[in-house]
Design a protein around this ligand. Structure first.
Ligand SMILES: CC(C)(COP(=O)(O)OP(=O)(O)OC[C@H]1O[C@@H](n2cnc3c(N)ncnc32)[C@H](O)[C@@H]1OP(=O)(O)O)[C@@H](O)C(=O)NCCC(=O)NCCS
Length: 144
């Protein structure tokens, strides 16, 4: 398994998964992501990190990280591994790679949101040494 940085040609696979994976949605209507946003993320490596996990050049998973520089925080917002490759430590390796990157940047925190019903991911975060914070409702307002 190799981990590389995301590039423009990863757009299609990332878009399909982001759109079709309920665990990655913050919006109950399943309308969290838009194409323009993803294109911007892929083309701004100073503000975001996209890591792609591959096995013999076959896509098997990804992590999308946003740098919140003013608060020295690395936010791992999206993490995904395709079904056939789960439970082999791929997500853990992606998380470790995100941590390494955040340390190199001298950030103070690495954070992430997990849906309250996503027990699998909560368990994994705790296994990796993440502390569960208080529960919040996620409020949003689309600005046009
Ligand atoms: C959540 C998700 C990313 C986990 O991916 P994964 O690659 O299966 O994660 P890991 O393999 O690192 O860890 C999962 C489990 O496999 C176990 N594991 C790791 N390596 C293993 C190995 N070699 N053999 C057997 N089990 C192993 C881990 O200990 C962990 O066990 P646990 O479930 O008892 O805690 C994946 O299920 C997914 O994409 N889900 C849908 C999207 C999602 O929920 N994303 C998170 C949003 S916050």
């Amino acid at each position: 398994m190799e981990i590389r940085k995301g590039k423009a040609s990863d757009f299609q696979v990332l878009w399909r998964i982001l759109k079709d994976t309920p665990e990655l949605q913050s919006d109950p209507e399943g309308d969290t992501y838009d194409k323009k946003w993803l294109k911007e993320i892929l083309s701004s490596p100073k503000e975001n990190l996209i890591l792609i996990a591959e096995n013999n050049e076959k896509f098997i998973g990804f992590a999308i990280v946003h740098y919140l520089k003013s608060v020295k925080q690395s936010l791992v917002n999206d993490l995904f591994v395709i079904k056939e490759y789960r439970k082999q430590g791929i997500a853990s390796k992606l998380m470790k790679a995100c941590e390494k990157d955040a340390k190199q940047k001298h950030f103070r925190y690495i954070t992430g949101f997990v849906r309250t019903n996503n027990k699998k991911m909560q368990k994994l975060k705790e296994k990796l040494g993440y502390k569960k914070g208080n529960s919040f409702y996620f409020y949003e307002k689309r600005l046009k």
